[in-house]
Design a protein around this ligand. Sequence first.
Ligand code: 5CA
Length: 444
Amino acid sequence: MLISKSFIPILKNNPSEAKIKSHQLMLRVGMIKQASAGIYSWLPLGFKVMKKIENIVRQEQDKIGAQEILMPTIQSSEIWKESGRYDDYGEEMLRIKDRQNREMLYGPTNEEQVTEIFRSSIKSYKSLPQLLYHIQWKFRDEIRPRFGIMRGREFYMKDAYSFDITDDDAFYSYNKFFLSYLRTFKRLSLTAIPMAADTGPIGGNLSHEFVILADTGESKIFTDKRIFELNCDNTKLDKSSLEQMRKMYEQYYAVTDEKFNKDDFEKIVNKENRLITKGIEVGHIFYFGDKYSKAMNTAVDLPGGKKDFVKMGSYGIGVSRLVGAIIEAKYDDKNEIMKWPLSVAPYDIGIIPMINKNDTSALEKANNIYLHLKKNNIDAIIDDTEENFSSKIKKMNLIGVPYQVIIGKKTEGDLLEFKEIGGETQNLFLDKIIKIITKQKASN
Ligand code: 5CA
């Protein structure tokens, strides 16, 4: 891709309406454009990043045996009346009437819709467990949409739902998602910690929020620092390994302010291990037993011939919010450098030829390198503008392409000036550069 031909509308300065880094940067480099309050269009750069995040989320859902479906954005009010949430949800729900005067709504979440799908087909314990998910736009008429896509009204969410018959089996499903969340955030190069959380309008009594640390986060968190040293790398997918893994995380105090109790915190956590800070909620999982299945009469046959209501959980990841969350976590404020993790970067490498009107040899060289990289599945962007060197570097640093190749006066023969964003320049042959990037990609 050539920058001159791409739709990357970069602004000279930070837009004044944006209060936090991620919102500023996303507007500044043209990742998004506001359509109305809390509602955004996604432009090529932002859309690419979000799609890459979405794919990682999808792969990790598939790995635990969840099956992808796609439910509509517009739902009928009938099922919400059955569950009792039509009135409870209040003004956050966008209510719509169709031409027959039927009450419809733009889905803020899908517990009712998925329960309706499940009950129409699944009749026996033999078909359980069922883990279903979709990745779809949601709408919540938030009172205070803010920070760009971080708290939008329209946002993109992965939501999954589990169906089991016993609590024991349902916890097994819950733990599978717990693990898949840890793996997902790790692939996005984020350290998300699971914290005991309130259940709010979703309901139930077991719930974890997955939170990444950031000063600009809206969640206040209280935790034992040692939770950051844990990892789930060797966890297997069987029931007891998963239970042990969750217990390992739960051994440390980690809660958001809704669940905070000062006496407990000071009693349980030694002074030197206490951490009080802020974070961004990137995922939230819930277990609520038969809350919806009872209200919506969703039961299956048990082995002995009796019937029972299914036990359910729901599991959300803020896919669009993650784009902003990664910026909050990775942006280097001091040097104005954004470094996207390679797993979600809009481009793998930026090629920066020094161009002047009388000499196009650097651009020709850039094009050749581009084609060679493409053959090796490396996605490059060439800055083919005639701007000066420092403004080109600045632009590339702002876009956050993880690697750069500079083709300047000093570039002779096949040796190239290569650097990882923010790092030292090395002189390398193209083959070596391809090896470095390919290896890094494979590790994701
Ligand atoms: N039904 C459950 C689980 S699927 C549910 O809706 N959970 S939630 O309300 O916690 O939302 C799941 C995730 O969506 C949150 O963790 C957050 O990352 C994201 N999210 C929620 N509200 C917004 C919003 N207004 N803007 C952007 N992302 C949001």
